[in-house]
Write a protein that binds this ligand. Structure first.
Ligand code: GLU
Length: 446
């Protein structure tokens, strides 16, 4: 059974870059009848915060990315302790005493000599007396994983065949000085315990994968499959990191972006499929295929998201729109006719509230020719009104005043709505009603 996970660190809110990976994992699971795990990587106690964990849960739910399983690394410390003990027993973890400053100096000196900044394994050459001397100075060890110096290879589902040489990589630190395990280890222990079959993440993790493959092997557990997606860039090809604040899921939601507009865009970015609005995640899952993801950087354009949002709303059924209308404050009287009337004029769901207020709340009419408006008011037919009313009424006004085209329709629109443009009046007029229409034509705020 296929099992994937999305593993954010609760050190900030989700943004378009990381939520895209959540979505891709979710779609992959749905497409293949597999399970989707949400795992909070919260072992970094200094930077993890409960409010961010809550925010991640809220953002995932808003997008409809429900999880089949949930885990937090902070609940699983014992498991990491077991793995550390096994790696020590197998001679694959060794204590190191260098300070961050010493390591940084060593790296600089290697780089200045044109050498790769790979850890030189100096700590391996320490003998028992040497270690005791350093500990007597008050140093506590951090622990590195002893990499094997052979080839590390995997067939990446997005990047194709990948090859690394263990000798080109630094032995990674798995346990900090204070005894806390680090991501490189915890992630592998979790993926193994939770039987993850495919690790789908950003290409910033490619080098981690090389190292982690040896960890899976050292722990004697099956190595999963991998897919590393190119990161998102802005329209000019620059990384998104500087703008991520404004591209957080929370700010897009507050800004009136529909969850399915965001999902429709993120599911197709950087793939060979065209971006089209889709009404449900299941529709996106049916079209999803990792082999369509290109290796090239995917470009995220907020203007494209805006256009998609408008198109999604224009195509939305009244049934789907009704709860959203209520959520933006449109009154319960808004029916399918109202939705049909205003839908083509919306780029945000909240725009519907403006038109609802034009229909039902007092507005200040714009009257340029009071005589014409009075004549039009006199000709308003008796209620009940329907979509036929507008045609019958304007025909009568045309007949009586001799006006036609824009000279007929624009003053009526300005009087009835206070605006030059807007939804079809044949749909809007019955919602305004006779009493309010007559008052507005008389120049009253009504
Ligand atoms: N917590 C890691 C991150 O946010 C997870 C990476 C992974 O998917 O393994 O980068």
């Amino acid at each position: 059974m296929i099992a994937v996970r999305f593993a954010p660190s609760p050190t900030g809110r989700l943004h378009v870059g990381n939520v895209r990976l959540a979505l891709v994992n979710w779609l992959f699971a749905r497409r293949h009848g597999g399970s989707f795990l949400l795992r909070l990587d919260d072992t970094d106690l200094e930077r993890s915060r409960e409010e961010y964990a809550d925010g991640i849960v809220e953002d995932m739910r808003w997008l409809g990315l429900e999880w089949d399983r949930f885990a937090r690394e902070s609940d699983r410390m014992e498991r990491y302790g077991d793995a550390v003990a096994r790696l020590k027993a197998a001679g694959r973890l060794y204590p190191c005493y260098e300070t961050a400053e010493e390591l940084s100096l060593r790296r600089k000196s290697l780089v200045s000599r044109g050498l790769p900044p790979v850890y030189d394994r100096a700590a391996l050459r320490l003998d028992e007396a040497g270690r005791r001397r350093l500990e007597a100075e008050g140093r506590r060890p951090h622990w590195r994983f002893l990499l094997e110096h052979g080839e590390i290879a995997w067939d990446d589902l997005v990047r194709g065949p990948q090859r690394f040489s263990g000798g080109d990589l630094s032995d990674p630190v798995l346990v900090r000085e204070d005894g806390r395990p680090l991501y490189t280890l915890t992630s592998v222990v979790d993926d193994a315990d939770l039987a993850i079959t495919h690790v789908i993440r950003g290409e910033d993790h490619v080098a981690n994968t090389a190292v982690q493959i040896q960890l899976w092997q050292a722990l004697g557990v099956p190595v999963p499959g991998f897919a590393h997606l190119p990161l998102l860039a802005d329209a000019s090809g620059q990384g998104l990191s500087k703008r991520l604040g404004s591209l957080s899921v929370a700010s897009l939601r507050e800004d009136g972006i529909e969850p399915m507009a965001l999902a429709s865009l993120l599911a197709k970015l950087g793939t060979s499929d065209p971006v089209e609005p889709r009404a449900s995640l299941d529709a996106l899952a049916a079209e999803f295929d990792l082999s369509k993801v290109s290796r090239a950087t995917a470009k995220f354009d907020p203007a494209e998201l805006e256009r998609l949002n408008a198109r999604l709303i224009h195509a939305m059924s009244f049934e789907d729109a009704a709860p959203r209308l209520a959520a933006v404050g449109v009154g319960a009287g808004a029916d399918a006719a109202f939705w049909e009337a205003v839908r083509p004029n919306l780029s945000r769901m909240s725009d519907a509230l403006d038109w609802w207020q034009v229909a039902r709340a007092p507005i200040r009419p714009v009257i340029e020719d009071a005589g014409f408006a009075a004549e039009a008011a006199r000709l308003l037919p008796p209620e009940p009104w329907s979509e036929e009313t507008w045609g019958a009424w304007t025909a009568a006004v045309k007949e009586a005043t001799g006006r036609k085209g824009k000279a007929l329709f624009l003053p009526l629109r300005l009087a009835l709505t206070g605006r030059e443009h807007g939804p079809e009046l044949r749909n809007l007029l019955p919602l305004v009603g006779r009493e309010r229409a007559a008052a507005r034509l008389a120049g009253e705020t009504a």
